[in-house]
Design a protein around this ligand. Sequence first.
Ligand code: UDP
Ligand code: MN
Length: 245
Amino acid sequence: EIQTIYAITPTYSRLEQKADLIRLSQTLMHVEHFHWVVVEDSNFKTALVTNLLSESGLNFTHLNNITPIEFQKGALAGKSSRGVQQRNAGLDWLRQTLHHGENKGVVYFMDDDNTYDIRIFQEMRYTKRVSVWPVGLVGGAIYESPIVKNGKVTGWFTGWGPHREFAIDMAGFAVNLDLVHSHPNARFSYSTKPGNLEGAILKAMGADISHLEPKANNCTQVLVWHTKTSKTELTTDKKLDNLEV
Ligand code: UDP
Ligand code: MN
């Protein structure tokens, strides 16, 4: 049986959102057996995301869940992790909607501005517990990667924090849906230091370095990049009456 990939993507309103989501959704049009769980950081479902999803033809679930005010930009700006509340909403949806043992799947946390080679989905599709692979342009480095010896992950090649138990970016791993079901309390938390969400969720799901399944030809290929869309600094906000954003 082919495992469906359930990708959870937090997204928030900004000038570049539509461009980022168009690029991502058109990548995903090339992926079969895929279900996109898009979680808006908002009190409501916006027309932009609603229309984009329905026009995409993708299998999707559209949710919204706003970041608590104390963790939004403000006092703690830049100090809290982003996407925590939204990824948890995605996990809740998976646990409530899919049945343990019945639906075979793989769960992947996809940020809305990264760049994905469609071959990464074929790599993660066969995840038994937790699969891992390199991520480009992340952590201040050209790439970060699990270090693989004789087909086993033995450590981490990283740009920072090499002593983290799982020194890996969100884009660099996927977990089997069974693990999400069998660890019902595994959630992201705002009290986790930024940069440690990945390790925290993997630990909460009972992952152990000895079990990790290296993908992308034993972690020798970069198939996903932690790109960041630069913020457009408007010098005018003039618009035409007959041209939508
Ligand atoms: N995000 C969000 N609300 C925010 C900021 C970010 O939902 O206030 C989402 C964003 O759309 C992305 C993920 O959280 O899918 C990670 O955010 P970002 O790409 O800004 O983080 P970085 O790549 O810099 O770690
Ligand atoms: Mn990003």
